[in-house]
Design a protein around this ligand. Structure first.
Ligand SMILES: NC(=O)c1ccc[n+]([C@@H]2O[C@H](COP(=O)([O-])OP(=O)(O)OC[C@H]3O[C@@H](n4cnc5c(N)ncnc54)[C@H](O)[C@@H]3O)[C@@H](O)[C@H]2O)c1
Length: 318
């Protein structure tokens, strides 16, 4: 990376957010909290306007004072065209629907309109970027920066280059995300679903199968994670968990349990469709304890707990 690029990234820069749905608006909060100016473009003009109020609430939830919220919100602008959003931006975060054709069209337009130095990043959850940037001239500056929702509260970002991505672009991207306070992990090769969603799919598909077969109730299944595995996973990865689950560490754990994992692995049902019986049971259970109109309230409760938990974890010696 050149000295010019480095300086440009450190000072308050302009960031473009394309698509301001669930993930785009949370990225906007994250960028503006990091000191940047944010320009948001969404095809749905009404949607884009409600974003500012949403960003203000998100910043408040993440612990900013009213004065800080005001000063951050003053740097968020909703603009009427994609060109106006990317003009002068050093980073463009694409958050349009998970559809290869829509993403291909957007990346064509972004590549034409954006400053030549700008990095074009996609929030895609599962589609390798090669599938939507192959035919654009500036494919060497495109990559995936996949957040875990909501990125203004959860720091992990999966970064994936394509085989066209310039090494210096990748290095700048990782640095930009770290400077922002996010925690990027590099996925070394393009793979469908990346890593977090592959892990999530394995767990969720097996959960659906167990519920569908009547082996456990939806409420008890959730307890297995919320009052069991998840208490460790909130601050340890599954690999460190294994290391601490044996007096002789991971080597002893692997020796004792690798055969059980192999046998269990053969019995799992991670490649089946979710059955109607499983989805009906879960929907019935959820709506019996949380009416649909109260989902927003419960999301706020979740977000406050994430903030408290992160503070607790960050303040503990690691
Ligand atoms: N929701 C999640 O938990 C999550 C997490 C990580 C990544 N993602 C990824 O982020 C992307 C967006 O997902 P989302 O959940 O925010 O979707 P969403 O449906 O909430 O938002 C998509 C937004 O894009 C806008 N849009 C559609 N076409 C557009 C265009 N041509 N130009 C500009 N705006 C356009 C829509 O009006 C909408 O506001 C997807 O690729 C998704 O896989 C989602």
């Amino acid at each position: 990376m050149s000295a010019v690029d480095d300086t440009q990234q450190k000072r308050s820069a302009t960031i473009a957010v394309i698509g301001s749905g669930t993930v785009g608006r949370s990225w906007a909060a994250c960028f503006v909290r990091g000191g940047h100016h944010v320009r948001i473009y969404d095809v749905d003009a009404d949607h884009a306007v409600t974003t500012i109020a949403w960003v203000r609430d998100a910043l408040r939830t993440s612990g900013l004072s009213d004065t800080e919220v005001d000063s951050c919100a003053a740097r968020v602008h909703v603009v009427p065209t994609l060109e106006a959003a990317v003009n002068d931006a050093i980073w463009v975060q694409e958050n349009v629907p998970e559809d290869t054709l829509i993403k291909s069209q957007i990346f064509q337009a972004l590549d034409k309109a954006a400053n030549r130095q700008a990095i074009l990043a996609s929030s895609t959850s599962a589609i390798p970027a090669s599938q939507f940037v192959s035919s654009i001239a500036g494919r060497n500056r495109c990559l995936v920066a996949h957040p875990i929702n909501p990125p203004h509260l959860i720091p992990l970002v999966e970064v994936l280059a394509t085989h066209w991505t310039d090494e210096r672009v990748l290095a700048r991207a990782l640095k930009f995300l770290r400077d922002l306070g996010q925690e990027p992990v590099l996925i070394r090769r393009e793979i469908q679903g990346f890593v977090s969603n592959r892990l999530q799919a394995a767990l969720i598909n097996e959960a659906m199968s167990l519920i569908g077969k009547g082996i456990i109730s939806p409420a008890d299944l959730d307890l297995c994670v919320s009052r069991g595995l998840g208490l460790r996973w909130a601050f340890l990865g599954p690999l460190e968990t294994m290391d601490l689950n044996a007096a002789d560490g991971f080597e002893g754990y692997a020796r004792r349990f690798k055969n059980s994992y192999f046998e269990l692995g053969k019995d799992l049902n991670v490649d089946r469709r979710w059955t109607k019986s499983a989805t009906d049971q879960i929907a019935q259970w959820r709506r019996s304890i949380l009416p649909a109109r109260e989902i927003g309230k419960r999301q706020i409760w979740r977000d406050h707990l994430i903030v408290k938990l992160r503070r607790l974890i960050d303040s503990s010696t690691r």
